[in-house]
Design a protein around this ligand. Structure first.
Ligand SMILES: Nc1ncnc2c1ncn2[C@@H]1O[C@H](COP(=O)(O)OP(=O)(O)OP(=O)(O)O)[C@@H](O)[C@H]1O
Ligand SMILES: [Mg+2]
Length: 340
C-alpha cells in the first residue's frame, strides 16, 4: 500500500485503522516537574512506522526529536512522566516490565546516537562492546560473538576489521565510530533502527557515506528506520515519509515527495526556505526563521507556531489546531492548511 493511502487510512490521531505498524505511538505526552514548573517535552505525539519503512523526523533544536527517540527506546530519565501509548511489535511498551524492555532493546530495536564517542564505552575495546551485545542477547559464546563482530565490521565498511576489534573508541575517526555504532546496532538484526542525528558530528563527505551505509543496511536487513535530523536534506534521500515536529508536537506528517513538492504547514515551508538549495549559489546567505519556539515550560492557548507565523490570525492564537488529514492524505496541524 502506498504511503498516501496509508495516511488516508489513519485516524486524526495518526493511528492506523487497517495497517499493521511495527511501531505505533499514540497521543504520547512526556512531562517533567522542575522547581515547581511543569515542563512538557512531548505533547500529543502520534505516529506509525511500518515494517521496512524509513520515516524521517525533522524540526529545530528543542522540538522534541531526541525525547521521542528516547521514549520509544524506554531510555528517558526516571523522573519523566509518560502518558499515551507506544506499541512496538504488538507489545504495549509503556507498561512493559523493565527486564522485557532490556531484552527487546538491542535485539529487535536498536539506536544509533548523534555522538558515537559518548555512546561507546571509552575503556572497552570495540570487540568487547560488540561481543557483549551478542553474548547478552543471543547467548552465543565469545568466539562466535567475535567472529560475528568481525564480519559485521567488514559489512559496514571498516577497512581493517580485525585491527578495529582491538581498538578503543578514541583511536577511531568520527566516521569509523559511527560505522561501528551502526554495525553494533545491526548485530541482532533489529526490526527498527532509530538513528538520532547520526551524521551531525561528521564532515560532509563522511556524512554522505554514513547515509549510503544506512540505506544499504536497510535493504540488506529489511529493517525500518526512524531517521532524525534537524536538516531536511539529510532525511530527503532516505525517508519515504517525513514527520515535522515543532515545540514537542507533530505539525505535519506527509509522504516525502508530497512534502518537498508542496509543504503545507507554514513551519515546514519556513524550514524548506532555510535549507540550502542543491546547485544554488555557493555564497548565498540562507534565510533564517525569525523568533524562538516556545520553551518546554511555556503553555500557549492556541497554535504554538502562531507567534512566528506570517499567516496567523486571532483564531490561531486562541485555538490550537488538531493534526488532521488533508485531501492528499497527509496530516497537518494548521487552521490555514485545512481544505476549504
Ligand atoms: N531531562 C529533561 N528534563 C527536562 N526537560 C528536558 C529534559 N530533556 C529534554 N528536555 C526538554 O525537552 C525539549 C526537547 O528536547 P530534545 O532533546 O528532544 O530536542 P531535540 O529536538 O532533540 O533538539 P536537538 O536538535 O538540539 O537535538 C527541550 O526543550 C528540553 O528542554
Ligand atoms: Mg536531539
Amino acid at each position: 500500500m502506498c504511503s498516501a493511502t496509508r495516511c488516508a487510512t489513519r485516524s486524526t490521531r495518526g493511528t492506523p485503522s487497517d495497517v499493521a505498524a511495527i511501531l505505533s505511538v499514540a497521543n504520547l505526552h512526556v512531562t517533567y516537574r522542575r522547581a515547581g514548573a511543569h515542563i512538557e517535552s512531548l505533547r500529543e505525539v502520534s505516529l506509525d512506522v511500518e515494517a521496512g519503512e524509513c520515516v524521517g523526523i525533522v524540526g529545530e533544536s528543542g522540538s522534541g526529536k531526541s525525547q521521542l527517540c528516547l521514549a520509544i527506546m524506554g531510555l528517558l530519565p526516571a523522573d519523566a512522566h509518560l502518558g499515551g501509548s507506544i506499541r512496538f511489535a504488538d507489545e504495549q511498551w509503556l507498561s512493559a516490565p523493565r527486564e522485557r524492555l532490556e531484552r527487546v532493546r538491542g535485539a529487535k530495536l536498536a539506536m544509533v546516537f548523534q555522538d558515537p564517542l559518548s555512546a561507546l564505552t571509552p575503556h572497552l575495546k570495540i570487540g568487547v562492546q560488540m561481543g557483549e551485545v551478542l553474548v547478552n542477547h543471543r547467548g552465543v559464546s565469545w568466539t562466535v560473538a567475535r567472529a560475528a563482530a568481525l564480519a559485521m565490521l567488514s559489512r559496514v565498511g571498516i577497512a581493517d576489521p580485525a585491527r578495529c576489534l582491538d581498538q578503543y573508541p578514541h583511536q577511531l575517526s568520527g566516521g569509523m565510530r559511527q560505522r561501528v555504532m551502526i554495525g553494533m546496532g545491526l548485530l541482532c538484526e533489529p526490526q527498527l533502527l532509530i538513528a538520532d542525528e547520526p551524521t551531525t558530528s561528521l564532515d560532509v563527505s563522511v556524512q554522505a557515506q554514513v547515509l549510503d551505509l544506512l540505506a544499504k543496511m536497510r535493504r540488506d536487513f529489511r529493517m525500518a528506520i526512524l531517521l532524525v535530523s534537524h536538516d531536511l536534506a539529510v532525511v530527503a534521500g532516505l525517508a519515504e515519509r517525513i514527520i515535522v515536529m515543532y515545540a514537542g508536537r507533530v505539525v505535519e506528517n506527509a509522504r516525502a515527495r508530497d512534502l518537498f513538492d508542496r509543504p503545507r504547514h507554514p513551519y515546514t515551508q519556513a524550514l524548506m526556505r532555510c535549507a540550502p538549495e542543491l546547485g544554488g549559489p555557493l555564497l548565498a546567505r540562507l534565510p533564517t526563521l525569525p523568533g524562538q519556539p516556545p520553551s518546554a515550560g511555556e503553555r500557549l492557548e492556541g497554535c504554538e507556531f502562531a507567534p512566528r507565523c506570517a499567516y496567523a490570525t486571532e483564531h490561531c492564537r486562541r485555538h490550537r489546531p488538531a493534526l488532521e488529514p488533508l485531501e492528499d492524505g497527509r496530516l497537518v496541524a494548521c487552521h490555514a492548511a485545512r481544505p476549504a
